[in-house]
Design a protein around this ligand. Sequence first.
Ligand code: FES
Length: 237
Amino acid sequence: MKKEIKKGKIVISKNGPYIVSGKLPLEKETIMPDEEGFSYEWKKGEKYPDQEAYALCRCGKSKNKPYCDGSHVADNFDGTETAGRKKYLEQVDLKIEGPELELTDVQSLCSNGRFCDRKEGTWNLTEKSNDPQKKKMAIEQSCNCPSGRLVTWDKKTKKAYEPEFNESLSVIEDSHAQVSGPIWVKGKVQVKSSDGHIYEKRNRVTLCRCGKSANKPFCDATHIRVGFNDGDESLKG
Ligand code: FES
């Protein structure tokens, strides 16, 4: 398989937008529920025009979302980055060991996609991973977790199960909660803080775009509490 050349970058500007470069594709993706209301799958939506570089709103106040329109200045946006700078594995606060799978969990990274709540939940499914169906569901659920809070690992090989992502960004919409969510950063894109720190490059992370996360630049699910809406018509149900 041809190896992708990494070129996308996100630089966080102080109290301002995410400056994206490297022609990173940007599209919309919506969390779709099953018949019981549990998050089940992703539905791809609008693709935004290709651009070499662009600025994405992180204060939540732009009138041209997902792009920045300069509103952060008048709004006096405080974008102070408060997230820990340790690597994912150094932040793990819960580890489940099942018969065939292990699950690692960093709760502070939760963007509340809720794929992990379906059926028995990823934690219980991991504990029962000698059942092939339950093992499959645990892997699917953890791979659907946009923030990378949850990672399942093969117990024998110690290899992580990860979805195959190219470098790209998605703006998340949450149809069941009827809110707009974070920016989903896929494929180990480099994210650089406003003071020059390079966060661990991960296959999936979510960046706050409502402006209210207490774990900036990462999403902490506050968009649900504050009812963040980027103007997506489909959320007005
Ligand atoms: S960051 Fe510029 S308008 Fe939101």
